[in-house]
Every structure is written in structure tokens, then in C-alpha cells.
Design a protein around this ligand. Structure first.
Ligand SMILES: Nc1ncnc2c1ncn2[C@@H]1O[C@H](COP(=O)(O)OP(=O)(O)OC[C@H]2O[C@H](OP(=O)(O)O)[C@H](O)[C@@H]2O)[C@@H](O)[C@H]1O
Length: 214
């Protein structure tokens, strides 16, 4: 069997085991994938005290997609993200992670009526320099994702639970599978949330979204 066909078998095995909620064995030939858990639901229902992960541009803009939800819920964290972007050159930001710790925002900053205040740390993965039509190419975003995830793992010294949306797969237009492969290679435990609306509206190749990773 060629190495190409071998890796294909591993991939298929990951897919089917995820759908049946069974753990797949880790093999030297490929990623285990068994540390990713898939949930249909809202990322903002993640357990308190955990980390919420999303992808960001380096321009200081949370203006669309799930970033807009972060902006509305966490105005103080938005300001910290903007200040960080302003103070750091793009080339230094890209491929890093800004980890905004809840304890730094408990006392002041967020809207007084926010019920989310202080519930989670927020990990901003800088996976693209720009956004919209000027966003980085998919291959670059994937490379930046690996570096930014390593930076997050390094900073997560308290081993907090990590939760993410299918980052990079919306506005950044990178097929989820490519980001998923990076997470599998890093062998990182993470829960991935998919909105129920996305399950309904996706095409045939994304149909298993309600229960599986592809
Ligand atoms: N509540 C929720 N719970 C769980 N999943 C949720 C959700 N709401 C949405 N999703 C899903 O979350 C995935 C990512 O989709 P997104 O398009 O958001 O993000 P992305 O990572 O591709 O791109 C980042 C750039 O998008 C923004 O826009 P701007 O640049 O500001 O214009 C940023 O600022 C960045 O720059 C998609 O699967 C959505 O279904």
C-alpha cells in the first residue's frame, strides 16, 4: 500500500469513528483525531472557566461572523484586542495568539448588564493579516493557524478546557477540514461547536456536521 492510500484509510477511519462516537486509535501513520469532540450548539454555552477560541485578523477588527458576537458580549476584551493590534506590527502578530484572561476583565470594562462578564478566557488566533477580499491565502491561514495554536498551547499553563467554533471556515473561507487536520496533528483536546443553523444550511459534503467532524 502506498503512503497516500495509507493516509486515506486513516482519515476515513477517523470520520466513521467520530460519527459513531467511538474513540479512534492513535497511529504513527496519521493523526488520531480522538481529542476533538463535536457539539451542535452555541460556542457561548461552553463551560464557565474554559477558553473560547476564534480566528482574528491583525487589523483590530471584530466586525463580522462570530467576532461580531464577541464584540457585543465583550467590549472590554475588544478594546484590549484593538490595543494589542495597534501596538504590534502585523508581521509580529501573525501566527500568534492573544489570550485574554477572564480575571483581567472581572472588575471593570464590560457592559454592566452583561451576564457573560468573566466567564471565559478568550483566545484570539491571528490567522490572517487582513480580512474581506484581502485576507491571506488559505495555505497561509493554515500555516498561521498551526503557529498560533502552538502559541495558545504554550500559554495555557493552567490546562484550561479549550472550546472553538469552526474557525477559519466562515469569513476566512478555509475548508474546516484543513484547520481540523492541524488540530489533529497537534493532538490537542478541544470541543468544536457548530451552530444548528449551519447543520441545516450546509451542502451534501458537510451533511455530517451535526455529529461528525467533516
Ligand atoms: N455562536 C456560535 N457558536 C459556534 N459557532 C459559531 C457561532 N457563530 C458563528 N459560528 C461559526 O463560526 C465559524 C467561523 O466563521 P466566522 O466567519 O465567524 O469566522 P472565520 O474564522 O472564518 O473568520 C474570521 C474573520 O471573520 C471576522 O470578520 P472581519 O474580519 O471582522 O470582517 C473576524 O473579525 C475575522 O477577521 C463558522 O463555522 C460559523 O458558523
Amino acid at each position: 500500500m502506498t503512503s497516500t492510500s495509507s493516509s486515506k484509510v486513516v482519515t476515513l477511519s477517523i470520520s466513521s469513528s467520530s460519527l459513531s462516537n467511538e474513540k479512534s486509535e492513535s497511529t504513527a501513520a496519521g493523526p488520531s483525531g480522538d481529542k476533538l469532540t463535536y457539539i451542535t450548539g452555541d460556542l457561548f454555552t461552553s463551560p464557565a472557566g474554559s477558553i473560547l477560541i476564534h480566528a482574528c485578523n491583525t487589523q483590530g477588527s471584530w466586525s463580522a461572523g462570530i467576532a461580531l458576537a464577541f464584540k457585543k458580549r465583550f467590549p472590554a476584551q475588544l478594546r484590549a484586542y484593538q490595543a494589542h493590534c495597534k501596538a504590534t506590527p502585523d508581521d509580529e502578530l501573525i501566527g500568534t495568539c492573544l489570550l485574554l484572561k477572564m480575571r483581567d476583565f472581572e472588575v471593570n470594562g464590560n457592559a454592566k448588564n452583561s451576564t457573560d462578564r468573566g466567564s471565559w478566557d478568550i483566545a484570539c488566533l491571528f490567522t490572517s493579516r487582513a480580512y474581506g477580499r484581502r485576507k491571506d491565502a488559505p495555505g497561509e491561514i493554515v500555516m498561521n493557524t498551526e503557529r498560533a495554536m502552538r502559541d495558545l498551547i504554550r500559554q495555557n499553563t493552567e490546562a484550561k478546557e479549550m472550546n472553538a467554533c469552526r474557525f477559519n471556515s466562515g469569513k476566512f473561507a478555509v475548508p474546516w477540514r484543513q484547520t481540523e487536520e492541524i488540530l489533529q496533528e497537534l493532538d490537542v483536546p478541544m470541543t468544536i461547536y457548530t451552530p444548528p443553523t449551519e447543520v441545516v444550511t450546509t451542502g451534501p459534503s458537510r451533511a455530517p456536521y451535526s455529529t461528525g467532524p467533516h
